[in-house]
Design a protein around this ligand. Structure first.
Ligand SMILES: [Zn+2]
Ligand SMILES: [Zn+2]
Length: 268
């Protein structure tokens, strides 16, 4: 009787977490202003906790019918507002609604590997229903804050590392931070080009519901040295004079040859 009239509303709770939290997962407590069953009447809405009685107007159906010409019109019972039950002596604390306002504390676990925009449903943790009716659900909407260093694409992480020209030319290694708070070594082979990408297998985000991780990709940016001293300029000029472009800078060499050809063609 009464159907689901008076069911509590669903609630939405927006939560922002860091990329590190999304990687590790997180146990957290949230505080939600909501309505909870009234303590004084145990949610019944009736003073002293006496159970509500069946509404005499609608016999507990919550709806009443009246004849209008050929039609039978059905509408919500005006005596019980569709509840099917009435209270003779309403609770003085909640005014008969059976619920009061409260900031509810809820412990919840954010699983490792969650994506931005993930919705977590906490069944029955929404607003309390009217006089003991079914409560609503609470939906936790997760937003992941942008990270200073990492961009995420699913289980993979992307970051940029700037290296000096000499390191790119001679080779070596660099240390990069990882999402688990540690560091990883990236080997830079001699002759590494600007924008070249290196893959660190299994160093990405946690994959939701598993123990494995995605990959991390490090894209290097090669920095051309600036504010050279006279001596450094001298060394670089000497460097330039010792070899030929065709061998040491094949890309640049190819480009300038192509350009030269174009100019030759224009002349004809
Ligand atoms: Zn009450
Ligand atoms: Zn009624």
């Amino acid at each position: 009787p009464g159907g689901d009239a008076g069911q509590g509303s669903d609630l939405r709770y927006n939560m922002e977490i860091s990329l590190e939290d999304a990687f590790r997962g997180k146990k957290t407590e949230i505080r939600v202003p909501t309505s909870v069953p009234c303590d004084a009447c145990k949610g019944t809405g009736s003073e002293g906790g006496a159970a509500p009685v069946t509404c005499a107007t609608c016999q507990g159906h919550g709806r009443v019918r009246s004849q209008s010409g050929f039609f039978t019109v059905e509408r919500t019972c005006p005596a019980c507002h569709g509840q099917g039950r009435v209270i003779h002596d309403p609770c003085r604390v909640c005014g008969g609604g059976g619920r009061t306002q409260k900031v509810k504390k809820l412990a919840t676990t954010i699983p490792a590997g969650v994506e931005n925009g993930t919705r977590i449903r906490l069944a029955g943790e929404g607003e309390a229903g009217l006089r003991g009716a079914q409560p609503g659900d609470l939906y936790l909407f997760l937003a992941i804050r942008p990270h200073e260093l990492f961009q995420r694409d699913g289980a993979n992480l992307y970051c940029k590392a700037t290296i000096p020209m000499t390191r790119a030319a001679l080779g070596g290694s660099i240390d990069v931070p990882t999402i688990d708070g540690k560091r990883a070594k990236v080997n830079i082979p001699a002759g590494t080009q600007n924008s070249q990408q290196f893959r660190l297998s299994g160093m990405g985000m946690t994959i939701l519901g598993s123990r494995s991780r995605g990959d991390m990709f490090v894209r290097v940016a090669v920095e051309t040295p600036i504010k050279l001293t006279g001596r450094q300029k001298e060394l670089l000029r000497e460097f330039e004079a010792t070899g030929d472009h065709k061998t040491h800078s094949p890309e640049a060499n190819g480009f300038f040859n192509k350009v030269k050809e174009l100019w030759e063609e224009l002349k004809d």
